[in-house]
Design a protein around this ligand. Structure first.
Ligand code: BGP
Length: 476
């Protein structure tokens, strides 16, 4: 059973949804310099805008000019929570200014007021794969310690401004992406001197883990600031949880799967929830030739800045094993071996509803803090029928099966705060830059070539999800 005050809702990210990339004083961000791509062709990062390319974040779904209509649609579905992010470069255009851009702040005032009007609780991600371009180009993103101070100036500004409008905050989206090659650009912003495919950059493990350490410190300082000055706030962390199974019961593969869970899932949450680097970090750093530069103040911040709740995205699971002969599958940021018991989405992500129950139990068992699923969903092709309807039964099926397993997890005893499905209103795909990879309950008339009227349409899943929320998950 879900709690009475369960936070049902949906999730978006500013750079994939807002558009208006250079409007009202906003500065360019790293995703604003990423072209469109596809499953076969990676997006490119360019240092300057190249007129031969399309940059999907520039217009995206134009939430900037549709926020009233969009929030009204979320309210019509009965949303209790709307996960969104603030575009850092709308508030501090280069990230290095001393005073914020008032127009940017005023935009989010309007968005939060609109949510409050309908009794929708905003859940705000401070950094969702977006950083002012200038910080990436001049400072090499999170590799520089100075970025922590720039980020804290931004956090202090938005905390103070929205102290009466926002209660729930998330520090970094999918922070463990910083451990992966694709995270070098999208997550830790180390773009100095680089131009090319977003998954083609190869920073050293030393740089990767140092940049991630700076994010840990920034996250911990954010939590400490909230606890000191804004006791009404609740601050969470966020991972991409990749449920990982051994490909078979060969004990070596059991160990490999356990190692994967430690290194790729628990490494970040152990730091953010428990307040210290875990024991296995030493072996991992040794294997990767990483020697971190850590100050005693960093250690104190990490120890004292532990989060109030833990959140994660859950899309899929993978298998690992030592046998290199097995078929590979792709997935959310990373892939693994194919699981013969599962099917996959049109983009090759393995669909594993039971994995969400496994993930919730594993995380709760480890930390005993409230959990929230803040992303989950099916990226799929949608077809608009002649009468304008969209019969996305495949999406309903995916969500139903995952919500059923979440319900079982609550019956297992997991303290689950809420669920926000990803891309509730269609938006630009993170990994491929496509519009046709749609997740929403609301269709946006926008296409990969940049055409479309931006009209919003309710899909069948809109009406289905509305009933799920109305019945608090009793009717699926
Ligand atoms: C997560 C990101 C989101 C989102 C989602 C779906 O990793 O936090 O920003 O986009 O994945 O991924 P995609 O858009 O590539 O289908």
């Amino acid at each position: 059973m879900f709690k009475e005050d369960f936070l049902w809702g949906g999730a978006t990210a500013a750079n994939q949804f807002e558009g208006a990339w250079n409007v009202d004083g906003k500065g360019p961000s790293i995703p604003d310099m990423c072209t469109n791509g596809s499953r076969e062709h990676s997006k490119l990062f360019t240092q300057t805008i190249n007129p031969e390319y399309l940059y999907p974040s520039h217009e995206a779904s134009d939430f900037y000019h549709h926020y009233k209509e969009d929030i009204a649609l979320l309210a019509e579905m009965g949303y209790r929570c709307f996960r969104m992010s603030i575009n850092w470069s709308r508030i501090f255009p280069t990230g290095m200014e001393k005073t914020p851009n008032e127009n940017g702040l005023a935009f989010y005032d309007k968005v939060f007021d609109e949510c409050r009007k309908y009794g929708i609780e905003p859940l705000v991600t401070l950094s969702h794969y977006e950083m002012p371009l200038a910080l990436g180009v001049e400072k090499d993103g999170w590799l520089s310690r100075e970025t922590i101070d720039c980020f804290m100036r931004y956090v202090e500004t938005v905390f103070e401004r929205y102290r009466d409008k926002v209660r729930y905050w998330i520090t970094f989206n999918e922070i463990n992406a910083g451990q992966m090659p694709i995270g070098d650009i999208i997550s830790t912003g180390m773009v100095k001197g680089y131009e090319g495919p977003i998954d083609g950059i190869r920073r050293t493990e030393q740089e990767r883990y140092q940049a991630l350490h700076h994010q840990f410190v920034a996250s911990a300082r954010t939590v400490r600031l909230a606890h000191r000055k804004y006791p009404q706030f609740r601050v969470g962390n966020m991972l991409t949880f990749i449920a990982c199974y051994p490909i078979n019961c060969d004990p070596d593969n059991i160990l490999l799967a356990n190692r994967y869970m430690q290194n790729m899932n628990w490494y970040c949450s152990d730091v953010q929830v428990k307040g210290a680097y875990p024991y296995y970090a030493t072996a991992m750093w040794r294997d990767k030739n990483v020697i971190l530069n850590v100050t005693s103040k960093d250690i104190e911040d990490i120890e004292k800045g532990t989060v109030d709740f833990m959140t994660f995205s859950y899309y899929m699971s993978i298998c690992v094993g030592k046998d290199g002969e097995k078929d590979k599958v792709s997935g959310n940021l990373t892939g693994g071996f194919k699981n013969p018991y599962l099917t996959a989405s049109d983009w090759g992500w393995q669909i594993d509803p039971v994995g969400i129950r496994y993930a919730l139990n594993a995380a709760y068992d480890r930390y005993h803090v409230p959990l929230m699923i803040v992303e989950n969903g099916l990226g799929a092709f949608d077809k608009v029928e002649a009468d304008g309807s969209i019969h996305d039964t495949y999406r309903i099926d995916y969500m139903r099966k995952h919500i059923e397993q979440m319900k079982l997890a609550t019956e297992d005893g997991v303290d689950l705060m809420g669920y926000t499905n990803w891309g509730c209103i269609d938006l630009v795909s993170l990994t491929t830059g496509e519009m046709r990879k749609r997740y929403g309950q609301v269709f946006v008339d926008k296409y990969d070539d940049g055409t479309g009227t931006m009209e919003r349409r309710r899909k069948d899943s809109f009406f289905w999800y509305r009933n799920v929320i109305r019945t608090n998950g009793m009717e699926l």
